[in-house]
Ligand binder design. Structure first.
Ligand SMILES: Nc1ncnc2c1ncn2[C@@H]1O[C@H](COP(=O)(O)OP(=O)(O)OP(=O)(O)O)[C@@H](O)[C@H]1O
Ligand SMILES: [Mg+2]
Length: 373
């Protein structure tokens, strides 16, 4: 890294408003939360996107880590990595290409304390700070938060090949250790660090989970998804017990619901409850009431590389956008509460007041009580 680049980084960091942890002098927050699920495709990346959008509108500093070599979160947050020519010619007369920004690959290769501070980039989503909250503006008038990402791309897939046990600590060191003695650990600069996990149980997934202190399991309420709950918990508990992250704890299980399968979903969830009630440790995790509904506004936002809240001003998509934004906000508030964020209570009170009677049963959890999936 040249000196000019270091100065630029120092400026970006200096302009970051202090997180509540720094403001309140809280030193070792457990504020890194993985969105986890061993099964592919329940909507981990989409949920990360929804919570990130909610975080900005609630005035928080949110850092999203793209833990999946597919780079879907990087695409969704309009931060896709592009390869550009280096000007060097390689074998066969081919241009040598390099990524146009720092990514998780550089972070993992650097293997250096605090290096996340050098790798995050601000997400180019824009918000209207003057708009009302119900129309996509901030919850506290004039106060939008900051969203940043460490993006990734395909080469991350190969990076853990040949790693030994201690190499699995690379991301942990990069995120949770300060780069200088007595310095600020990168995670503390953010109210919440969200880790969008890759499916499966590779060493890469393990290294990623080793850097996180809490996790949310996301799954679909159908047989394959239900089967993934115990598998996911086994994987995470193994990281906690045998791979050196004793602080790792689950904070909740979230269902993505698809209306056409409602009868199956209700039966599956009732079965899970029965297993939990009978003391089955393999599936012991708190089921959160808010659920993620299935609405085309999610892929639509991904298609346009904008937050879902952008559609709160669109006549046609407003209802669906409000429902999904509220679910994202409800799950963010629940997460803030679980990690002991100092502003959790106050934000929740303001949020309840802001939406008033317009809150969707998907966000309040009434949908779970009604059994209407
Ligand atoms: N709430 C939703 N409503 C409608 N479509 C959704 C919703 N959530 C996700 N999708 C769509 O489902 C697909 C899979 O979602 P997503 O990529 O978020 O899942 P994932 O769990 O991250 O997958 P992977 O395991 O591959 O990382 C995407 O095409 C996405 O647009
Ligand atoms: Mg994903």
């Amino acid at each position: 890294m040249t000196e000019v680049e270091t100065d630029e980084r120092a400026e970006v960091i200096a302009q970051l408003p202090p997180s509540a942890w720094i403001r309140d002098g809280i030193n070792d927050p457990k504020n890194s939360v993985a969105i986890l699920g061993k099964k592919g495709g329940p909507g981990k990346t989409s949920l990360t996107q929804l919570i990130a959008d909610a975080g900005v509108r609630l005035g928080l500093n949110i850092l999203a880590l793209d833990g999946d070599p597919q780079g879907n979160l990087s695409i969704a947050l309009d931060s896709q990595v592009k390869l550009v020519p280096t000007g060097k010619i390689g074998l066969g007369g081919k241009q040598v290409m390099e990524p146009d920004r720092d990514t998780m690959v550089e972070v993992l290769e650097a293997d250096t304390d605090g290096v996340i501070d050098e790798a995050f980039q601000l997400v180019p989503w824009t918000y209207n700070a003057a708009a009302e909250f119900q129309r996509g503006g901030p919850l506290i008038p004039g106060r939008l938060g900051t969203l940043a990402i460490v993006p990734t791309h395909n080469p991350m897939e190969d990076i853990s090949r040949g790693w030994n046990f201690s190499d699995l600590n690379r991301l942990d060191k990069a995120l949770n250790n300060p780069s200088k003695p007595q310095g600020i650990a990168p995670n503390r600069r953010w109210d919440l660090v969200l880790g969008d996990m890759l499916p499966g149980g590779s060493d890469l997934a393990r290294a990623f989970l080793k850097a996180m202190r809490r996790y949310i399991v996301l799954t679909t309420a159908e047989p394959f998804g239900m089967n993934a709950i115990a598998n996911t918990l086994t994987f995470a508990r193994d990281v906690r017990d045998n791979w050196g992250n004793p602080e790792l704890e689950d904070i909740g299980l979230v269902f993505t619901s698809y209306r056409p399968q409602s009868r199956v979903a209700n039966a599956e969830i009732a079965d899970l409850r029965a297993q939990q009630d009978s003391g089955n440790e393999a599936v012991k995790i708190e089921v959160w009431k808010p659920r993620v509904s299935s609405r085309t506004v999610v892929p639509l936002a991904q298609g346009y590389r904008v937050p879902v809240s952008r559609f709160l001003t669109e006549r046609q998509d407003r209802g669906a956008a409000a429902e999904l934004c509220q679910v994202g906000e409800a799950l963010l508030l629940k997460t803030l509460d679980k990690i002991g964020h100092p502003d959790a209570k106050e934000l929740e009170e303001r949020w309840l007041k802001a939406w008033g009677t317009d809150l969707s049963p998907w966000a309040t959890g009434a949908i779970a009580e009604k059994g209407d999936l």
